[in-house]
Design a protein around this ligand. Structure first.
Ligand code: CMP
Length: 144
């Protein structure tokens, strides 16, 4: 089984030109990029992605934030990638995120936390299916 996760640079991360920084961190760690695109997320995709948060008081603001500009959606593959990327991304509340994590280095507030990472293998599969068509994911190996 090749573990995969959905990583998305949120609109604030794109606007702050952090896409390259974030891709670099995942590449240097050794994960494999198998899908990437920039898109303006639709209401439908966001409603589905944040389905479990629908009744939270911050939900309307969350949807407005996620629709405020383009998102860079990526699928990364590798050993324990779901768990490892959550550690690389840091706590949801940026003010609690440790230095050295994406949020701990670049963000101060939970409502502008730069990046999304799937929180379990099951959720990752569902999220990858929501954001990507199968043909957009590339299986590749290093050849010598
Ligand atoms: P993430 O964990 O990627 O997905 C759910 C998002 O909801 C979370 O990042 C935050 O961006 C947002 N969120 C969660 N809790 C709050 C909160 N209390 N106030 C504002 N935004 C929140």
């Amino acid at each position: 089984f090749r573990e995969r996760t959905l990583i998305a640079v949120k609109p604030d991360g794109v606007q702050r030109r952090l896409v390259g920084e974030i891709i670099g961190r995942f590449e240097r760690r050794g994960f494999k990029l198998v899908g990437i695109k920039i898109l303006q997320a639709s209401e439908g995709i966001l409603a589905n992605h944040y389905h479990d948060l629908q009744r939270k008081p911050f939900y309307p603001a969350l949807i407005r934030y996620m629709a405020s500009g383009p998102v860079v959606a990526m699928v990364w593959e590798g050993h324990n990638v779901v768990k490892s990327s959550r550690l690389m991304v840091g706590e949801t509340d940026s003010s609690q995120a440790k230095p050295g994590t994406v949020r701990g280095d670049f963000s101060i507030h939970i409502s502008r936390n730069i990046i999304h990472a799937s929180d379990s293998v099951e959720v990752a599969e569902k999220e990858i299916g929501l954001w990507f068509h199968g043909a957009e994911l590339i299986d590749w190996e290093t050849k010598d």
